[in-house]
Design a protein around this ligand. Structure first.
Ligand code: NDP
Length: 281
């Protein structure tokens, strides 16, 4: 009975639109330009950075990668952020996480100019998000809301359960779901009786990084399930959800791959263009 929420197709549709927006900016002599700072050798981070670069190129956006060594000092990373903040040719910047142990990642995020904060993760922009006067949002959370809207899945008055409380996914998604007038529950690793809570969800989002955490008996019949997780099991990319069994119970479900992932990259590009436009008005 399930319908697939095809994030990849939706991201491609949005991409067509965004290319047009970038073209318009270019006609005005403005080329969106953003920078990704990657510190250290995390293999997954290197893949994410390259994926973004490919998408940026497709959209007509310039993306610079600043690859810093694993033994980079905090002051060196801060100095680079200061330099990019001050450069009027740069419209956006982000720090790819995780960073090596000696780096205080929160302090780096805090240093980014909120007007150039493409990830929406500076304390100022997190504050704006919760106050409801935001101009940039964390891409994964925004992508999920947009995907549900695209499929005309109502959120008002619905019970939304989010498993995961990270600053990057769970918390910003909760803020955006509240804005849609959903009733939101956030679960995490200390939550008791997780299955009892998830069974009440009209919309269940899992963002834990635990492969196959969400089993069919934890899901209400007819629920909408959004799987943010990206886990490698036996060389294969899988989500947090036991997809084959859970899909039998859902009205809509995102696959992994091809669900939330492509939307995260697309909404990062949308943020770059949005901030570029904002800086040039
Ligand atoms: P974090 O590790 O920062 O957060 C994971 C969250 O899941 C924590 O809040 C943790 O609880 C909770 N959790 C872990 N295990 C359990 C459990 N057994 N039961 C209930 N809750 C649990 O991860 P991220 O938010 O950064 O990412 C989550 C997943 O989403 C990862 O697989 C990541 O790769 C993926 N991801 C995918 C994206 C996409 O575009 N598809 C984008 C970003 C992330 P606690 O707080 O108590 O530790």
């Amino acid at each position: 009975m399930e319908k697939i929420l095809d994030g990849k197709a939706f991201a491609n549709l949005l991409g067509q639109n965004l290319k047009e927006k970038v073209k318009k900016l270019k006609d005005e002599g403005i080329t969106p330009h953003f920078c990704v700072i990657n510190i250290g050798d995390d293999p997954a981070s290197k893949i994410y950075v390259r994926t973004k670069k490919r998408r940026a190129e497709k959209m007509g956006i310039i993306q610079d990668i600043y690859q810093m060594s694993a033994d980079t000092k905090q002051e060196e990373a801060l100095a680079l952020i200061d330099k990019l903040n001050a450069d009027p040719a740069i419209n956006g910047l982000m720090v790819q996480l995780p960073a090596p142990k000696q780096i205080d990642a929160d302090a780096l995020l805090e240093r980014i100019d909120p007007n150039k904060d493409v990830d929406g993760l500076t304390p100022a922009n997190i504050g704006h998000l919760w106050m409801g006067n935001h101009f940039v949002e964390p891409a994964t959370a925004e992508g999920i809301i947009a995907l549900l809207k695209h499929y005309e899945i109502p959120l008002e008055g619905k019970n939304v359960v989010i498993i995961g409380r990270s600053n990057i996914v769970g918390k910003p998604l909760a803020a955006l779901m509240l804005e849609q007038n959903a009733t939101v529950t956030i679960a995490h690793s200390r939550t008791k009786n997780l299955g009892e809570i998830t069974k009440k969800a009209d919309v269940l989002v899992s963002a834990t990084g635990q492969a196959f955490l969400v089993k069919a008996d934890m899901v209400k019949d007819g629920a909408v399930v959004v799987d943010v997780g990206m886990n490698h099991v036996d060389g294969k990319l899988v989500g947090d959800v036991d997809f084959d069994k859970v899909k039998e119970k859902t009205s809509y479900i995102t696959p992994v791959p091809g669900g939330v992932g492509p939307l995260t990259v697309q909404f990062l590009m949308e943020a770059v263009v949005k901030l570029t436009r904002r800086q040039n008005k």
